[in-house]
Design a protein around this ligand. Structure first.
Ligand code: SAM
Length: 641
């Protein structure tokens, strides 16, 4: 698999300076790391002064290394009473340190001890892609971008105010200073962006100058004679377009399941007022109302789009749930581990092969045999071995909805028991209207998170979302005593919660809302295929069932973002997603299929970031894979609209 992460190993020079044997260079100036960070990178970008009075300030660093520049910057920002409303710090790193090495490195800087501990607490599993870590209730945001800088810079979406260029020396680490990399930086530069670096190498200066940076040398730090600062001043024809004006921070969110509740929290955290509307009397009344579901990522040998997306979403969701609890809004969930049991011997061999083919972090996924799995299943042997995801587990979706809404606090107005039958646009506002023509609420932005009720809302016409019936059966937990982890294959079983285990789920296209005995039998048969012979008096163990409807797109990925305009599409010929006509101010969070638990938080963060103009938490190819316009575009490309 390409782009896999090889962590750095901690080495030091004789004088104690951290050193990379791979690149033959030190991580910071021998004279002292914090001094270099402040003088070269902060002062070189005229910080703190430039972030003062700003709503948001965005810094991008090439080379996270020990995290020292981040610690120095974030500390200066925290200590500045006139700091920006938010600080986004994006940092690219191909060889991140494991948390234990970071702890040793950070012990050299007691002045940053508190923040360094917070950083290590949030330190992700070292997997490729973006990892968004929040501090200070989301006002300080670190987006770690793990993988090769040049490749990933091309896939970032951000408007950067200050660049810290901190690769190893250009002669030993040329790819961190290449013309391609400098071009990618220019693409991300906001008007007036600045840069700073300790390197004044001629090739670096040339590459930066060619891409629109006006450079100046300044006296260097420590033994370096000179350092470099720069300002982005491209030729007027190459200047980036001005950003759109920020929207009025007031939104309707229609649908109070996982998707809508997570969106409410993300918007409120950014200062939005939100009107949450749902036809049912309480949140989580539809598909998000099950007692428990399993959350786990997908993996694939070729690390395809779905695997990359689900991996980022899985890790993001866990971090958000931990953050919510830390802010006093705990939900019910447990990372008890989930075993994805192989279908048959051949599949088992393939699962084992995938684990052996790349150095997967064992805390993310490992293979265990059916015999080894007995320790988690009360001594019963699963049908086969499989993938164990140690940090996956079960969650109680209604408690997650409640935690998100509680965290939104006073910015939320709730309209339960109100069914939106029409959405109308007038005077730059969306109005949600009920069945008797009465306005429920109005706001400049509307976000549709209707789950499987997509078909009832007029702007969703034409979106290929299928409504798929699923019945979950509840069985007495004594029937599965000793089951400590979640099990899944084509069905699933949760460990005990409130004396019950959930087993599921059926998959049918009819609209019958009532539980059916045949579906319970199907769920028990799925359980039997996971743990043969485990549940002997199956029918006696049944304690209940619940039916809900999933919203499933043809590619089984969510639809997130501005909705295409069905009225403007006929005759449309432009085949670029960015140019597709959209309905102004109308956005979707849809098509979560059976994976709402992992999608909800990341998709809400993605949409809120887009609305605000924040750096996006996903690579652009993944964002495009989620675009609600992708199906219309496919039809246009085939000449079918
Ligand atoms: N800013 C860091 C700090 O505060 O500790 C020091 C960065 S160190 C001088 C350079 C970093 O660039 C190393 O951590 C190295 O692993 C990383 N690096 C080297 N080549 C890279 C590449 N192609 N893509 C991303 N990171 C790379």
């Amino acid at each position: 698999m390409s782009g896999w992460i090889e962590p750095a190993g901690l080495c030091r020079k004789d004088d104690g300076t951290p050193y990379s044997p791979t690149y033959g260079d030190v991580y910071h100036a021998i004279e002292g790391g914090p001094g270099q960070a402040r003088e070269v990178f902060l002062a070189g970008n005229d910080l703190p002064s430039r972030w003062r009075g700003r709503d948001r300030f965005v810094i991008l660093e090439t080379g996270f290394g020990t995290g020292l520049n981040f610690l120095a910057t974030a500390t200066a920002w925290r200590e500045d009473p006139r700091r920006s409303g938010r600080l986004h710090y994006l940092s690219l790193e191909k060889h991140p340190f494991p948390a234990a090495d970071l702890a040793e490195l950070h012990s050299a800087w007691p002045e940053f001890a508190l923040l360094a501990a917070e950083l290590r607490q949030r330190w992700p599993i070292l997997l490729p892609g973006l990892h968004r870590l929040e501090f200070d209730s989301g006002r300080l945001v670190l987006t770690l971008v793990l993988g090769d800088a040049t490749q990933l810079l091309r896939r970032l979406s951000a408007r950067v105010d200050a660049f810290y260029l901190d690769g190893f020396a250009p002669d030993r680490n040329p790819e961190m200073w290449s013309p391609e990399l400098c071009r990618a930086l220019a693409r991300l530069a906001a008007p007036g962006a600045t840069l700073a670096t300790w390197s004044v190498a001629a090739a670096v200066r040339q590459a930066l100058a060619r891409n629109g940076f006006v450079l100046e040398k300044r006296p260097g730090y420590g033994r370096k004679r000179e350092r470099l600062i720069g300002r982005f001043a491209p030729h007027p024809k190459a200047a980036p377009p001005a950003p759109p004006p920020p929207p009025e921070r007031h939104a309707l969110v229609i649908g109070a399941g996982l998707a809508g509740c997570a969106a409410v929290e993300r918007l409120a955290a950014r200062g939005w007022n939100v009107e949450l509307i749902d036809a049912r009397p309480t949140p989580a009344g539809a598909a998000s109302g099950n007692l428990a579901g399993l959350y786990l990522p997908l993996v694939s040998l070729d690390d395809n789009l779905a695997a990359r997306l689900s991996r980022t979403a899985f890790m993001h969701a866990r971090r958000r749930w931990i953050d919510l609890a830390a802010r006093g809004h705990p939900a019910r969930w447990r990372d008890c581990g989930v075993l994805q049991v192989a279908r048959d011997a051949e599949h088992e061999a393939r699962q084992r092969g995938l684990i052996e083919s790349v150095p997967w972090p064992a805390e993310f996924i490992r293979f265990i045999s059916a015999d080894a799995a007995r320790q988690y299943t009360g001594g019963h042997r699963p049908a086969h071995g499989g993938w164990l995801f140690p940090l996956a587990g079960w969650a109680h979706p209604p408690s997650l909805c409640a935690a998100h809404l509680a965290a939104a606090g006073e910015r939320l107005r709730q309209h339960f028991g109100r069914r939106v039958t029409r959405l109308e646009r007038s005077g730059g506002m969306w109005r949600a209207v009920d069945e008797v023509g009465q306005e429920i609420a109005a706001a400049a932005v509307a976000i549709l998170a209707p789950g499987a009720e997509t078909g009832n809302l007029n702007p969703c016409a034409g979106l290929p979302i299928q409504r798929v019936r699923g019945q979950v059966s509840l069985i007495d937990a004594t029937a599965l005593t000793g089951l400590e982890l979640g099990l899944c294959r084509e069905g699933y079983a949760t460990p005990e919660l409130d004396g019950l285990c959930c087993i599921g789920a059926s998959y049918a296209l009819d609209a019958d809302p009532e539980p059916r005995p045949g579906d319970d039998a199907g769920n028990l048969a799925r359980l039997e295929r996971l743990l043969p012979g485990r549940v002997t008096s199956a029918q006696d163990s049944l304690r209940g069932a619940r039916v809900s409807f999933r919203a499933v797109a043809p590619d089984r990925l969510p639809l997130v973002g501005a909705l295409p305009d069905p009225l403007a599409l006929p005759g449309w010929r432009n085949t670029r997603l960015a140019h597709l006509p959209r309905i102004e101010g109308l956005h979707g969070l849809m098509g979560y299929a059976s994976r709402g638990l992992i999608w909800a938080d990341l998709m809400a963060e993605l949409l809120a970031s887009r609305l605000e103009g924040d750096p996006l938490p996903l690579e652009t190819d993944l964002v495009e894979a989620l675009d609600p316009g992708r199906f219309a575009l496919k039809r246009i490309r085939r000449g079918g609209l």
